[in-house]
Design a binder for this molecule. Sequence first.
Ligand SMILES: [Fe+2]
Length: 169
Amino acid sequence: MPMQSPQDLFIHELSCMHAFEQQNVQMLQQMLQEVKDPTARQPIEHHLEETREQVTLLEQCFQSLGQQPQQVTVATAQGMKQDHDTFVKMQPSPELLTMYNLGAASKTEHLEVAAYRTLINMATVMGQKEIVRTLRQILNQEEDAVNELEAASRQLGRQQIPQLMKQVA
Ligand SMILES: [Fe+2]
């Protein structure tokens, strides 16, 4: 079916985020299998719970539009997973894999922040007040997740990078 109206674009983008968040649940679960450090686990565990909730919140948006999420393939999510799997094949030490995962989770959240800001702009112009409220709730969680992931990454980096550099030198 050709894409003709701004509503079509909005539904498509919303469907992409619905698929993206579902894949992110899997990615965060995978990270928790690989990350043992409590400082790094905390923001990942926290955001895993939020991400599950976000899938439901997005479904509420579809309900208020009287629509169903479209079946879409999101290449960016698949690409993040591929990058992760390629890195794991390089046999990183647990410390480096933890740093990688924090960085990757942060990249993902930045991408989501951009996507939700765009969706909020569209929903605002389209007069979808309830959807704007729901998407803002998600956006706030994403922005907080970025801050928490970056804070963990900084703390861990300060603790571990100087020591790890000495080991290699
Ligand atoms: Fe997120």
